[in-house]
Design a protein around this ligand. Structure first.
Ligand code: PEP
Ligand code: MG
Length: 575
């Protein structure tokens, strides 16, 4: 009988294939007690397994696959750290010694305790790190139980195998690519897990958070995976198979057509030019930027360089990263955001406990509270500006005083470079993110003091509608079409255009083609998004007649009900 599971779409596409189940080692751990004279031997077995796992991870690190995402080494380092942590090795050893139990059991018990502790964290990013603990323990368990690398290698070039797992570690995920799995499904996972971040960089559909996939799917079951909607159909009917067969062909044709748009200029039917820029997290993301045909980097989220590490990147390391991107874009704009740490992105050294981190010491607030850290980054950014068209973007500004303090910090950083005789672009442009309603409502202050604006719709929606963007219990209330959001967008885009100051949108709205015509209608001419979304947005732009959309846009802006707005927007998109 056919069964449909719903999960979280991480990576899109349609695939029809057969399931291969990945064993979930931690669920199958035996427990036995041994005579005292064997404990010494058991400890040696435990130590050897840890050492072998350490070597495996170190090996992965030094032979980083060519296609690995930029985060790969950071993930491996994190896993090496967990492996070396005394809660894993020392506590398990003590348990073997005291209770004479087998290594697998001791390790599993320690893992369960740690996972329970991680689950107590309020911060979703920290809570999510429990999956890293489980993945490391699973790796050691596999070594202990003598299981070979659990990833089966498919040798057929066009394999249609869909991997089904309780969870997949990022390092395992990286190894899957050459084995040509068609899709990945997992029970666990969220849109912000490390695995999800990496899955997006692989070109295979991935659905996480399915909860019952490992339990409901049997080896070799026929599956339809609809990564666009986060759907999995187990043992589909003939009707579903033929329907999805057609959808899949359409999907593949569409992808091929989208690739052909790479060099097409983004211009509406009535001749209005639009800039399409890319959002990146690491310098290694540049290959995708070039592949999608972006004409600049609209948002380099520099804070990702600060995550998952004990020692924060110094000026030199940051300079090299920023210079690499600046040079890689060969004169095209590279907008680098000063670090937006805090809330769900905590760097070890800057971490503070806040009762409501999204409203706490985040982004520019943290920068101004940590002048040394900020100065280091500003010097690195300024130095990189000598090697390309670098612009500095400041997140979460909310008042004139914050703008002034920021500009002062930049002036001081410039002065220190002057004193050191180091080159930089003296005319470097400084922009501000509009992502707090206070900023949108006092737009004039921002226009007067800054060179450009970039609207962070992800946070603007979060803060305007009072909805935690990481809390899935209120996710249904997160509404980009809420009239309050449209009024703010209209005010900011219209105000900036009137004043002749460049304005872009770099939040998720910019990469969702469903909102492209709406944003164009509001006067937006610069979008920045994940490179994978750019071709679709470009396709929408080149089929848009702005004049035709003017009347429906007026109606949309006069409407106060978001359901009605959605209907009107559907009409605008269908025209
Ligand atoms: C935003 O808030 O829209 C944005 C682009 O920044 P981030 O998603 O990194 O908070
Ligand atoms: Mg933001």
């Amino acid at each position: 009988m056919s069964l449909t599971l719903h999960g979280i779409s991480v990576s899109t596409g349609i695939v029809i294939g057969h399931a291969h189940l990945l064993s979930h080692t931690t669920l199958e751990v035996a427990h036995y007690v041994m005579p005292g004279h064997l404990v010494h031997e058991e400890l040696a077995r435990f130590d050897a397994a840890l050492e072998q796992t350490r070597q495996e991870l170190a090996g992965l690190r030094s032979n980083r696959p060519r296609y690995a995402a930029a985060e790969f080494n950071a993930f491996i380092d994190l896993h090496l750290m967990i492996l070396a942590d005394e809660h894993i090795n020392l506590a398990s050893r003590n348990m073997i010694e005291q209770e004479h139990c087998n290594s697998e059991w001791a390790l599993k018990m320690q893992m369960d305790m740690l996972v329970a502790e991680f689950e107590e964290f309020e911060d979703p990013y920290l809570r999510e790190r429990k999956t890293d603990v489980v993945q490391v323990v699973e790796r050691v368990l596999k070594t202990l139980t003598g299981q070979p690398d659990h990833l089966p290698i498919t040798t057929q070039p066009n394999a249609k195998t869909i991997l089904v797992a309780h969870d997949v570690s990022p390092s395992d995920l990286i190894q899957l690519k050459p084995h040509q799995f068609a899709a990945i499904l997992t029970d666990l996972g969220s849109a912000i897990s490390h695995t999800a971040i990496l899955a997006r960089s692989l070109s295979i559909p991935c659905v996480v958070g399915l909860h019952r996939a490992r339990q409901s799917i049997h080896e070799n079951d026929l599956l339809i995976v609809d990564g666009r909607r986060g759907l999995v159909i187990i043992n589909p009917s003939e009707a579903s198979l033929s329907e999805y067969g057609l959808l899949k062909t359409d999907w593949e044709d569409e992808q091929t057509k989208l690739k052909c748009l790479k060099t097409t200029s983004a211009r509406t039917l009535d001749g209005v030019a639009v800039e399409l820029h890319a959002n990146i997290e690491f310098p290694d993301d540049m290959a995708e930027v070039h592949e999608c045909g972006a004409t600049g980097i609209g948002l380099f989220r520099s804070e990702f360089l600060f995550l998952n590490r004990d020692v924060l990147p110094d000026e030199e390391e940051q300079f090299v990263a920023y210079r690499t991107v600046a040079e890689g874009m060969g004169g095209l704009p590279v907008t680098i955001r000063t670090f937006d740490l805090g809330a769900d992105k905590q760097a070890n050294k800057t971490q503070r406990v806040a009762s409501n981190p999204a409203l706490g010491l985040r982004a520019i607030r943290l920068c101004l509270a940590e002048p040394k850290l900020f100065r280091t980054q500003l010097r690195a950014l300024l130095r990189a500006s000598h090697y390309g068209n670098v612009k500095i973007l400041v997140p979460m500004l909310s008042s004139a005083s914050e703008i002034n303090q920021t500009l002062q910090s930049i002036t001081h950083a410039k002065k220190s470079l002057d004193d050191d005789g180091i080159d930089y672009n003296h005319e470097i442009q400084i922009g501000g993110m509009i992502e707090v309603p206070a900023a949108a409502l006092t737009l004039d202050v921002f226009i007067k003091s800054l060179d450009f604006l970039s609207i962070g719709t992800n946070d603007l929606i979060q803060y305007t509608l009072a909805i935690d963007r990481t809390d899935d219990e209120v996710a249904h209330l997160y509404d980009p079409l809420h009239p309050a959001i449209l009024q703010l967008l209209s005010h900011v885009i219209g105000g900036a255009n009137k004043a002749g100051i460049p304005v872009s949108v770099c939040g998720e709205m910019a990469g969702d083609a469903a909102y492209t015509r709406l944003l164009l209608g509001l006067g937006l001419r610069q979008f920045s998004m994940n490179p994978s979304q750019l071709p679709q947005v470009k396709r929408c732009i080149i089929s848009t007649d702005l004049l035709k959309g003017a009347a429906p846009m007026k109606k949309i802006l006069r409407t106060h009900d978001s359901l009605k707005i959605r209907e009107l927007l559907d009409g605008l998109n269908a025209a």
